[in-house]
Design a protein around this ligand. Sequence first.
Ligand code: CA
Length: 233
Amino acid sequence: MKAVFFDFVGTLITKEGENETHQNIIKEVLKRAGREDLDYVEVWEIYEEESSRLFKELAGKSYVKIRDVDTDALKRVAERYGFSIPNDFWEISLEMHARYGKLFPDAFETIKALKELGFHVGIITDSDNDYIGAHLKALGLYDLFDSITTSEDAGFYKPHPRPFLLALERAGVKAEEALYVGDNPSKDCIGAKNVGMMSVLLDQRGQKRESWSNCDFVISKLDEVLEIVKGID
Ligand code: CA
């Protein structure tokens, strides 16, 4: 085993922090639109429904900018509630992600320990380059990674093989020398498996049990990755 790659949202940063971030984006958008009379949590819930529906359709497909997908989702919500979207919506989004994004408590120490063991440590993420760059810098993690591969770089979304193959190429390792850690059994585990990488599912509360068979390992805490890589070697 020579390389360990991580997914980003739900694997290195928490889904709870991501929800708080998105709620604050909606709150700011409504403030700018002069529509603070609307319940931002309710508007956020509709926005989440819209964007997750759009992103589900994109799984495995050719890359389109996530900022456009997010803006599209917000447009549908804005039409429904009758408010206008600020021109700097994406800048607001980047700023809120930087401000409210939360790492899992053992993420930093796990990455550092893997690096000390001599592993190439990378990210493979369905992200726009400006988003992941700004987010990692805000978290103080940017320089820690040996490689960052996005769907923007690869031209496709996970579980398409291209993001995984590009990451392996950048790290200069073979698929069987690499492990992928993610929180989505169908995008992360199956995507990794299809190119011959081993996969680890982070399933904190054991809620994804019906899909565990898609993954080589299942963990409830990120630092368990250290035991897995030591065990494989
Ligand atoms: Ca994820």
